[in-house]
Design a protein around this ligand. Structure first.
Ligand code: ADP
Length: 443
C-alpha cells in the first residue's frame, strides 16, 4: 500500500512539473488545457472503478472482485483478502454449529434454548419428542404456549430452579419427565428434560408395595392390640409370665400400629394421584390447639409457651399441616428433658411466615442435620424407640411442607436445644377470616 501511495505522489509531482514547464514554454492557456485533460482522464478512471466496486458490492464474492491498477488494485486486493477470511471463519463457524447440533441431537436428554422473554430459540429432536414441539414451527413462540401444564408455568415463574420438576407432558400419557431449568447469560434459560418414566414406575411399585403391606398389617394389628388390651384388663391374671409379658406386648403392638399409620400417611403424601386439597387454614387457631395438646402430652414436665405474632391464615390442607406441626411439637417434648422450655410460634418474617417450634432440649450435632428428614434416620436409635418414635416424623413433615411449597429450617446444636421452622412463601398466606367475614359469606 505504501508503494502505491509513493507512486501516486511521484505522478502528482511529475504532473506539476510538466504543467510548470508548459506554462513557461507555451503559456498558461495551453498548460491549463493539458492539465484539465489529464485530470478528466483521471476522474474517468476513478469513476469506472467506483462503478465496478458498487456493482460488485451488490453480490460480493472473492472470485468476482474487480481488477484495476495502482491504488485501486491495492484496495480490491485487500477486499478480496477480507472476504476470503470472512468466508473461512463462516465455514469454520457453521462446521462447529453442525457438530454442536449433531451432538445435541445425539443427547439422550431434551434441550430447549429460551431467550430473555422465555421464547423458544432452538430445541433438539429429543425435546421435540418430549414436549411435542416442532423446531421450525415453534421457534419464537413463548414456551408456556407450547408446554401448557400449569405446574410447568408455576415452576418457570417461581424462579427457584434448585430442584427439577417431575411432570407428565400433554402428549404421551405414559411419559414422565424430570424438567430442570438452567438460567445463563442475560436472562436466558436452558430447559433440560430427562425421561424418568422407568424410574417413576419402579418408585410407584415401591410405594404401592409399602402402602399395601401397611394396609394389610393394619387390621391384624388392630385385632391383636384389642385382644391384648382386653387381656390386660382382666382382673385375675394367674400366670406370672403373662402378667409381665402383656404390657410389653401391648407397647410393641402400639408401636407397630404407629409405624403402620406413619407409613400409610407417607404413602398418601407421596401418591401422584393425591393432589393437595386446599382450604383456608386458621393457623393461629391450629397453633392454640397444638399448644393445648402439648400441655397434655408434657403432663407438666416442661414449660411451654405460645407466641402468636401474626394473625394470618394459610392456603393449604388443615389435616396435613396439623400432622406436620404436631410431629414437630411431639419431637420437642420427647427430646427435651424435664423442666426444659418449649416455644410454639407463628410469626411473619419478611414476605414469608414461619411456624416454629423451639426447645431447650438435647440438641443435634451438625453432621446429622442434613439427614434428619430421611426415613428411619435417627441420631440416637434407642432414645427414639424409648420415647415412642417411628423415625418417620420428619419425613412426613418434609413431604407436607413440599406440597405447600414451604421449606423446613433446622437450627440446632448439642446441649443448646433445637429450632424447627416451617417457612411458608408469600403466595400461601391469606388474610384472617373474622366471624363477621364468614357471616357475610354465608349471608
Ligand atoms: P423419631 O420418631 O425417631 O423422632 P423423626 O423423623 O421425628 O423420628 O426425627 C428424626 C430424628 O431427629 C430423631 O430420631 C431425633 O434423633 C432427631 N430429632 C428430631 N427432633 C428433635 C428435637 N427436637 N431435638 C433433638 N433431636 C431431634
Amino acid at each position: 500500500m505504501k508503494q502505491a501511495w509513493g507512486r501516486c505522489g511521484l505522478i502528482v509531482v511529475l504532473l506539476a512539473l510538466c504543467c510548470f514547464v508548459l506554462w513557461l514554454a507555451a503559456g498558461p492557456a495551453i498548460a491549463l488545457a493539458v492539465l484539465s485533460v489529464i485530470l478528466l482522464a483521471l476522474l474517468a478512471r476513478h469513476w469506472r472503478n467506483l462503478i465496478a466496486l458498487a456493482r460488485w458490492l451488490r453480490d460480493p464474492a472473492p472470485e468476482t472482485v474487480p481488477q484495476s491498477s495502482g491504488l485501486w488494485d491495492e484496495a480490491f486486493a485487500a477486499l478480496h483478502r477480507m472476504l476470503r477470511y470472512q468466508r473461512q471463519s463462516e465455514s469454520r463457524l457453521s462446521a462447529t454449529l453442525v457438530r454442536f447440533q449433531e451432538a445435541a441431537a445425539a443427547m439422550p436428554d431434551g434441550v430447549v434454548i429460551l431467550d430473555d422473554a422465555d421464547r423458544v430459540q432452538w430445541c433438539n429432536p429429543k425435546a421435540e419428542e418430549h414436549f411435542g414441539l416442532d423446531r421450525r414451527r415453534d421457534t419464537g413462540q413463548h414456551i408456556t404456549y407450547l408446554v401448557r401444564q400449569p405446574e410447568f408455568g408455576g415452576y418457570l415463574r417461581a424462579e427457584n430452579y434448585g430442584e427439577p420438576l417431575v411432570m407428565k407432558p400433554a402428549r404421551g400419557a405414559d411419559l414422565t419427565l424430570s424438567v430442570q431449568l438452567v438460567p445463563y447469560g442475560e436472562g436466558r434459560k436452558l430447559v433440560i428434560s430427562h425421561d424418568v418414566t422407568q424410574l417413576e414406575r419402579v418408585e410407584t411399585v415401591r410405594r404401592d408395595f409399602v402402602a399395601n403391606v401397611s394396609h394389610e398389617l393394619r387390621t391384624p394389628l388392630t385385632v391383636l392390640a384389642g385382644f391384648l388390651e382386653t387381656m390386660a384388663g382382666m382382673p385375675r391374671l394367674d400366670n406370672d409370665m403373662a402378667r409381665r409379658a402383656l404390657p410389653l406386648m401391648m407397647d410393641q403392638a402400639r408401636r407397630m400400629q404407629r409405624l403402620v399409620e406413619d407409613l400409610l400417611t407417607l404413602s398418601r403424601l407421596e401418591g401422584a394421584g393425591n393432589p393437595l386439597h386446599e382450604e383456608r387454614v386458621d393457623v393461629p387457631g391450629l397453633a392454640r390447639a397444638l399448644y393445648r395438646d402439648a400441655l397434655a402430652l408434657s403432663a407438666g414436665r416442661h414449660r411451654i409457651r405460645l407466641e402468636l405474632d401474626y394473625d394470618g391464615w394459610l392456603l393449604g390442607n388443615e389435616e396435613e399441616l396439623r400432622s406436620a406441626f404436631s410431629n414437630l411439637v411431639s419431637n420437642a417434648i420427647r427430646y427435651t428433658p424435664q423442666a426444659g422450655e418449649i416455644t410454639l410460634a407463628w410469626v411473619r418474617r419478611g414476605e414469608d411466615a414461619v411456624f416454629a417450634v423451639e426447645d431447650g432440649g438435647i440438641g443435634i450435632e451438625p453432621q446429622h442435620i442434613p439427614r434428619l428428614t430421611e426415613r428411619f434416620y435417627r441420631v440416637d436409635r434407642s432414645r427414639s424407640r424409648e420415647t415412642g418414635g417411628t423415625g418417620l416424623g420428619l419425613a412426613i413433615v418434609k413431604h407436607v411442607l413440599a406440597r405447600h411449597q414451604a421449606r423446613l429450617e433446622i437450627a440446632s446444636g448439642p446441649g443448646r436445644g433445637s429450632r424447627f421452622g416451617a417457612v411458608f412463601p408469600a403466595q400461601r398466606l391469606l388474610a384472617p377470616v373474622t366471624p363477621i367475614d364468614s357471616a357475610k359469606k354465608t349471608a
